[in-house]
Design a protein around this ligand. Structure first.
Ligand code: ZN
Length: 215
C-alpha cells in the first residue's frame, strides 16, 4: 500500500504546473499493474486530474496518456486523436479521428481474430518507434468519467490506442509486444520519413522482421 494517500499525491501533482511530467521507461510504476479506480478520488479531483492529463497529452503531443505515465498507479487513461494524416495513410491504418474520451478500469479482448502490424511509439519511450501487431478490432469494457459502463467494439487506429493505453495499466510497454528488429530512431526527420509509408511492408523487408500474414 502506498504510504501517501492517492488524494494527497494527486493534489501535489496538480499543484505544480498545467502539464504533468511524463515518467520514462525504467521507472517501476510503468511495470506494475495499476489499481482499479473505486472512488479513491472525489469527483472534483478526478475531473481536475483528467483535465491535467488531457492538457499533458496535447502538449506532448500524443494520442493517449495513462495514469502510470504521470506516476500514478491507477487504472485511468485518456485518448484523443485528430488523425491529421494523408488519406492513403488513413485508409491503410484505419486512422480515423478519435474524439477525446476517458477510460476508467478498461479492459479489452480480441473481436476480429485478426492482427495488423504498424509502427507506433510511446511518450514514455521517447526517441523510438517500432512495429506492433495488434488486434484489428477489440471489445472494450470500461467506465467513462461519470462512472457509466462502456461496452463497445473499437476498430482501426482507435483500437490500437485503446490496446496501448490499457496495456500501460497492466505494466506492459509496447516494446514488450513489438517486433524488435523494426525498432527505429525518431531522432531526426529523415529517420521518421524513412518508414512513413502507409504500411511497414518495406521496413519488414529491409530490416528483416515479419508482419502478420494478413499484411
Ligand atoms: Zn505509451
Amino acid at each position: 500500500m502506498p504510504t501517501t494517500p492517492l488524494t494527497d499525491r494527486v493534489e501535489a501533482l496538480l499543484a505544480d504546473a498545467a502539464t504533468l511530467p511524463i515518467v520514462a521507461a525504467g521507472d517501476p510504476v510503468l511495470r506494475r499493474p495499476a489499481e482499479p479506480f473505486d472512488g479513491q478520488l472525489s469527483d472534483t479531483l478526478l475531473a481536475r486530474l483528467i483535465e491535467a492529463m488531457r492538457v499533458t497529452m496535447h502538449a506532448a503531443p500524443g494520442v493517449g496518456l495513462a495514469a502510470p505515465q504521470i506516476g500514478l498507479p491507477l487504472r485511468l487513461a485518456v485518448i484523443e486523436d485528430a488523425a491529421t494524416v494523408p488519406e492513403e495513410v488513413r485508409a491503410a491504418r484505419g486512422r480515423v479521428p478519435q474524439p477525446f474520451r476517458v477510460l476508467i478500469n478498461p479492459s479489452y479482448e480480441d473481436a476480429s481474430g485478426r492482427r495488423v502490424g504498424f509502427y507506433e511509439g510511446c511518450l514514455s519511450v521517447p526517441g523510438y518507434q517500432a512495429v506492433v501487431a495488434r488486434h484489428e478490432r477489440v471489445r472494450l469494457r470500461a467506465l467513462d468519467e461519470r462512472g457509466r459502463p462502456v461496452d463497445e467494439e473499437v476498430a482501426g487506429w482507435p483500437a490500437r490506442i485503446v490496446q496501448h493505453e490499457t496495456d500501460h495499466l497492466d505494466g506492459t510497454l509496447y516494446l514488450d509486444r513489438a517486433e524488435l528488429r523494426s525498432l527505429s530512431s525518431t531522432q531526426s526527420q529523415s529517420a521518421v520519413e524513412r518508414w512513413a509509408q502507409p504500411t511497414p511492408r518495406l521496413a519488414a523487408q529491409r530490416l528483416g522482421f515479419t508482419l502478420p500474414e494478413s499484411d
